[in-house]
Design a protein around this ligand. Structure first.
Ligand code: MEV
Length: 477
C-alpha cells in the first residue's frame, strides 16, 4: 500500500514538472510571436511592420523583406493608394487580370475582364462566348434590384400595440432619413418600404424593421446602413416620447442595424437558346444526344446538393472573376448566391435547362448586388480600366454581364464534363503552371506540351516527363 502511495507521489511529481515545462515553453513561444505589451502594431511604420514580421517569423529575414518589397509598385502614389485600401498593408498580392473576348449580350459586343488565379477559366469563358456568338449570343434581363436591411431589436410589450403605433408613425421614419436619402432620390433611388416584423415565434421578444431600398448604381452598403441606424434612433426616441407606452414597453433594445447580403429580389437572368440541331461542333457527339445529356447534368445539380455545390462553384468561377475585376464585393455576392440556391429548403443548382419543340434553352438566375459607382470603382486604377472596357455600364448592365460570365462558365464546364471529361482541357492548361513551378525553359515546355497532346495528363506524369527530358539532355551534353 505504502509503495503504491510512494509511486503515485513520484508520478505526480513527474507530471507537475512536465506541465511546468510545457507552460514555460508556451510562454516563451508566445513572447517570441507577440509584440511587447502596449506596442500597437498599427502604430508602427510600414518598414517597422515588415521588419518585425520578417525577423519574428522568417529564417531568412533579409530575403523575406526583399520579397515583400519586390511587390511594391514603383510609383509611390499608386502604392500609397493600395496601402490605404486596408489596414496594416505590407505589400501587394497579385492576381492576374485576363480578358474573355467575343461576348454578345443583348446584341451588344463585350470583352469581359476577369480576375482569377485558376487556369482554364478565362479560356472556357472565351470558348463559350465564341460558341454562342454564332447562335444569337446571350440574352440577359434584370428581374429586380431591391436591396434589404434590418434594424434588429427586442420589445417586451404586445405586438399589436407596437404595430398600430408603427403604422401611424411610419412617415416619420421616412422624413428622418431625408438628409441621407435626398441625393439618392434625385438619382431615382431611396427607401422603398419599411415594415415591422414580429419574429417572437422564433426568438423571444425579437422584432425587426425590415427595410427595402433601391440604391441605383451604387452597391449601397453605406447608404443602407446609415438609413438603418437613423431608423433605430427614430424608433427609440419616438417611442420614448409616446405616453401610451409604459416604461417597460419603451425600453426597446436595439441589437444591431445592418444590410442583408441575402437579396432574393435583386436578381438577374442570363440565358442562351438555339435549335438542338445547332448544338454540333467539335464534340463529335450527336446534337440531340449532347442536349439530352447536358439537360440530365443540370437536372442532377437541381436535385443533388453534392453536385449542385460544384456546379454552382463553376458558375461562381465566372461571376467572381468579373465581380473582382470591377471592384465589387465578391464575399457578399458569394454569400447571397448560395443562400438563394438554398431558398427552397435544399441546396440546388442556380442554372436550369430545357428541351422543348426542338429548342435547347439554358439559363441562370442569380442575385447580384453590384455597384458601378462608389467604393473601389473610382479608386482602383484597374477597376476603372475594367469598367471602361465594359463601356462604363450601369449597375443593372453590370449585373447582366456578370450573370452571363457565370452562365458561359457553367456551359463550358458541363460541355466538357458530358463529352470529353474535364481533365483533358483542364490539365492541359495546368501543364503550364506545373512547368512554371519547375522553372522549365521554352524548349522544355515545347517538348512537354507536344508529348502530352494525345496522352493522359497528371501532375506526376508531367514532372516525371520533365525529369526524363532533363536527364537526357544531361547525358547528351
Ligand atoms: C472547377 O473550377 C469547376 C468545375 O468543377 C465546375 C463543374 O464541375 O461544373 C469544373
Amino acid at each position: 500500500m505504502i509503495k503504491k502511495i510512494l509511486n503515485l507521489l513520484k508520478y505526480w511529481g513527474k507530471l507537475k514538472t512536465r506541465v511546468n515545462h510545457i507552460f514555460t515553453n508556451l510562454v516563451s513561444l508566445q513572447k517570441k510571436y507577440m509584440l511587447p505589451q502596449n506596442t500597437g502594431f498599427s502604430k508602427l511604420s510600414k518598414n517597422e511592420k515588415i521588419n518585425w514580421i520578417t525577423t519574428t517569423y522568417f529564417s531568412n529575414p533579409i530575403e523575406s523583406e526583399q520579397l515583400v518589397k519586390q511587390y511594391w509598385n514603383t510609383d509611390a502614389a499608386i502604392q500609397k493608394l493600395h496601402d490605404e485600401f486596408i489596414e496594416n498593408t505590407l505589400t501587394n498580392f497579385y492576381l492576374p487580370l485576363g480578358v474573355a473576348p467575343n461576348f454578345v449580350i443583348n446584341k451588344k459586343a463585350y470583352t469581359i475582364p476577369m480576375v482569377i488565379e485558376e487556369s482554364s477559366v478565362v479560356a472556357a469563358a472565351s470558348k463559350s462566348a465564341k460558341f454562342w456568338l454564332t447562335r444569337g449570343g446571350f440574352k440577359a434581363s434584370v428581374l429586380g434590384t431591391e436591396k434589404i436591411g434590418h434594424v434588429h431589436f427586442t420589445y417586451l410589450g404586445e405586438h399589436k400595440k407596437l404595430a398600430t403605433w408603427f403604422s401611424i408613425k411610419k412617415e416619420q421614419f421616412y422624413s428622418d432619413v431625408n438628409y441621407i436619402t435626398k441625393n439618392m432620390e434625385k438619382r431615382g433611388g431611396g427607401v422603398l418600404d419599411i415594415e415591422l416584423i414580429n419574429k417572437t415565434d422564433k426568438l423571444e421578444h425579437y422584432y425587426q424593421l425590415h427595410a427595402t431600398f433601391n440604391t441605383k448604381d451604387s452597391m449601397g452598403a453605406n447608404f443602407i446602413n446609415s438609413c438603418l441606424e437613423q431608423f433605430a434612433k427614430t424608433l427609440k426616441h419616438e417611442l420614448a416620447d409616446c405616453d401610451d407606452f409604459s416604461a417597460e414597453e419603451k425600453d426597446i433594445q436595439i441589437i444591431m442595424c445592418i444590410l442583408s447580403n441575402f437579396v432574393p429580389n435583386c436578381v438577374v437572368r442570363a440565358e442562351v437558346a438555339c435549335k438542338v440541331e445547332d448544338l454540333n461542333e467539335e464534340t463529335n457527339v450527336d446534337p440531340l444526344e449532347f442536349a439530352e445529356k447536358f439537360l440530365k447534368a443540370v437536372q442532377i445539380a437541381e436535385i443533388e446538393p453534392y453536385r449542385a455545390v460544384t456546379h454552382n462553384k463553376g458558375i461562381m468561377n465566372g461571376v467572381d472573376a468579373v465581380v473582382l475585376a470591377t471592384g465589387n464585393d465578391f464575399r457578399a455576392v458569394e454569400a447571397g448566391a448560395h443562400a438563394y440556391a438554398s431558398r427552397n429548403g435544399s441546396y440546388s443548382s442556380l442554372s436550369h435547362a430545357s428541351i422543348e419543340n426542338g429548342i435547347f434553352k439554358f439559363w441562370l438566375d442569380i442575385p447580384l448586388a453590384l455597384g458601378t459607382v462608389g467604393g473601389l470603382t473610382s479608386l482602383h486604377p484597374l477597376v476603372k480600366f475594367s469598367l471602361e472596357m465594359l463601356g462604363k455600364p450601369s449597375a443593372e448592365e453590370l449585373m447582366q454581364i456578370v450573370a452571363v460570365a457565370g452562365l458561359a462558365q457553367n456551359f463550358a464546364a458541363l460541355r466538357s464534363l458530358t463529352t470529353t471529361g474535364i481533365q483533358k482541357g483542364h490539365m492541359k492548361m495546368h501543364i503550364n503552371n506545373i512547368l512554371n513551378q519547375f522553372k522549365a525553359t521554352k524548349e522544355e515546355k515545347e517538348k512537354v506540351l507536344s508529348h502530352f497532346v494525345d496522352t493522359t495528363v497528371s501532375h506526376s506524369l508531367v514532372v516525371d516527363y520533365l525529369d526524363v527530358i532533363r536527364n537526357n539532355s544531361d547525358t547528351t551534353n
